[in-house]
Design a protein around this ligand. Structure first.
Ligand code: N01
Length: 546
């Protein structure tokens, strides 16, 4: 690392620091990217991390019930045999502290922490066309520069707190699940109101109901959920997993969603009703996201989807004792898995508890937050604590908030004003040498994230390696290739039922005013990987390099 004094008056006190690459974020993606660029290419790299610890998503999301929805044995890195064989998970779905422990274990093994600056928030970044360098400003006034800027900020890290009138008058406390206090929140004896019933709300409600005196769940859109069937991982399971990891990763990379299980090849409509119900029943008992792999066309054919949706609707009816509440909890406005399917531990059962109440915001919308709680069009609900499980400005929010200005001062915010425009989710025209790990336009959130992250980091690393070998200084996505890719992302989404869920955050629908554009690439992980590989082999087709 070279350190030179800055002559700019605004930063006269700060050293100016020059690197080969700056990575923003120290979660799964930032850690692996640091390892690859530093330890494989020998580059001078720094990671800037806003939090006071590593972990990214898992550093911030500490709400009661927070755990991973992918199974632990494959929600981890695959790139290092020693790490893979040395680590063991305790539960089928790891809780947030265990995932942080894992990421710290990896970071310590690979000695990553010495190149991570914690508590360092990036507030803006700009590209200099004359030097082909990025300049990055931090909240504390540091200015760093690098040839390459790589964002590893996560897809779900910019929290969405709805602007409810009167929130400032509330006399109790309020929290967003994605910024949960690290010391925890004492819910004992408290009346808690939870807004939101997405994956987070569905994980949180059972835990909140157990801890609080009373829980009121404010539901805008009823959701499907499959039981997680969490439990301890046995010594035999660990042994078997360690012995079969090569196959596990091969299968994960060959599939649609980066999970090591394959989608059934049978149509839901090709089997008699009784047999279909048996298959769903087995999948329900087994639990987890694998339910959606029961048939090949659950996300392709409305009638096939109806069979899965109806099965879950029936389960809700069986589990929830009060028929009126069961009815309120039953989704009718979208098909199963057209929004990200949650998995749960006792979610629907929670509404059988005496200390839990459900409010249907479609029937009685929120009017305001009062000093004492939440007032809907029908009544005031008195609360001590409000929990916003209201999701994120997904996929684009965290990137736009970095205030990035590319070639000629062009702002990312403007480039994406009508929705994100990327080439392969990796680059945006007029933002040379900027790579976005799991950016919009890549499979990202439709995948098991560590697998998607590794593929992106490997591609970016190979790209930089090749540029350095050829003495190239600048790479930029071409506008025409980007237009074509945006069309391909739309076509891939339109070949599925995913765009039909009008309240989905995949479409940006949860954030008022956000353009309605289907953001992740839905053509499948294996297909996406082969496109990226082909582009690289074809002399980085669609990118301009000099
Ligand atoms: O967010 P969401 P999330 N008034 O956007 C409601 C990942 N994840 O944090 O559907 C009232 O899905 C909103 O209602 P509606 C996973 O990828 C992973 O739950 O827009 N309600 C919805 O019910 C997941 O999909 C894991 O009508 C309002 C809820 O808030 C993603 O994170 C665990 C509202 C938001 O649901 C996001 O899930 C948890 C308003 N103004 C999450 N605004 C693991 O794997 C929003 N809502 C660990």
């Amino acid at each position: 690392m070279v350190t030179i004094s800055s002559t700019a008056s605004a930063v006269s006190e700060s050293p100016r620091q020059v690197y080969d690459a700056i990575i923003i974020g120290a979660g799964f993606s930032g850690l692996y990217q640091l390892h690859k660029l530093r330890d494989e290419l020998g580059l001078d790299v720094v990671v800037l991390e806003k939090g006071d610890g590593i972990g990214g998503t898992w550093y911030w999301n500490r709400y009661p019930g927070a755990r991973c929805d992918s199974e632990s044995y494959y929600y981890c890195y695959s790139f290092n045999k020693e790490i893979e064989q040395a680590w063991s998970w305790s539960e089928r779905y790891p809780e947030h502290p265990e995932i942080r422990k894992y990421l710290n274990f990896v970071a310590d093994r690979l000695e990553l922490k010495r190149d991570i600056r914690l508590g360092t928030e990036v507030v803006s970044a700009s590209f200099d066309d004359t030097t082909n360098m990025w300049s990055v400003n931090t909240a504390s006034g540091q200015v760093l520069s690098a040839s390459f800027l790589i964002t590893a900020v996560g897809c779900l890290s910019s929290t969405n707190v709805p602007k409810l009138p009167g929130l400032e008058n509330f006399k109790g406390q309020w929290y967003h699940t994605g910024l949960w206090p690290h010391q925890g929140v004492d819910l004992g004896g408290k009346r808690v109101g939870q807004i939101g019933t997405g994956s987070t709300g569905i994980q949180a409600a059972p835990a909140l109901a157990q801890q609080a005196k009373h829980l009121t769940v404010f539901q805008r859109t009823a959701n499907y959920s499959i039981p997680a069937r969490n439990g301890p991982v046995s010594a035999d399971d660990i042994k078997h997993t360690r012995e079969t990891y090569d196959d596990i990763w091969r299968q994960a990379r060959a599939g649609t969603n980066g999970h090591p299980f394959s989608m059934s090849t049978r149509s839901a409509l090709s089997v008699p009703d009784e047999e279909r119900d048996e298959i769903y029943e087995k999948a329900w008992e087994r639990g987890g996201l694998r339910f959606r792999a029961s048939f090949s066309d659950i996300l392709q054919d409305v009638k096939a989807n109806d069979t899965a949706s109806d099965f879950i609707r029936q389960k809700i009816k069986e589990v929830v004792e009060n028929p009126a509440i069961a009815d309120m909890l039953t989704p009718h406005d979208h098909g199963f898995a057209t929004k990200r399917p949650p998995i749960d531990t006792g979610y629907f059962e929670t509404f059988n508890r005496e200390n839990v109440q459900l409010v249907d915001l479609k029937a009685e919308p929120i009017v305001e937050v009062t000093a004492n709680g939440i007032r809907t069009t029908q009544q005031e609900y008195e609360l001590d604590i409000i929990v916003f499980a209201t999701g994120f400005d997904a996929l684009t929010g965290a990137l736009v908030n970095l205030n990035i200005a590319g070639s000629g001062g062009h702002k990312l915010k403007d480039a994406w004003s009508a929705g994100p425009r990327t080439y392969l989710g990796l680059q945006t025209p007029r933002f040379p040498n900027l790579f976005t790990i799991t950016g919009p336009g890549s499979p990202s959130v439709l995948c098991n994230m560590p697998i998607a992250i590794e593929q992106h980091v490997d591609w970016i690393t190979n790209c930089i390696r090749e540029m350095r070998a050829k003495g190239l200084k600048r790479i930029e996505a071409q506008s025409e290739s980007t237009d074509k890719w945006v069309d391909e992302v739309n076509e891939a989404a339109d070949a599925t039922l995913l765009p039909m869920a009008s309240s989905s955050w995949y479409l940006g629908a949860n954030v008022p005013g956000k353009p309605r554009v289907f953001m992740p690439y839905a053509g499948g992980f294996a297909r996406y990987t082969s496109i990226c590989d082909d582009v690289a082999q074809d002399d980085y087709r669609g990118f301009s390099r000099s």
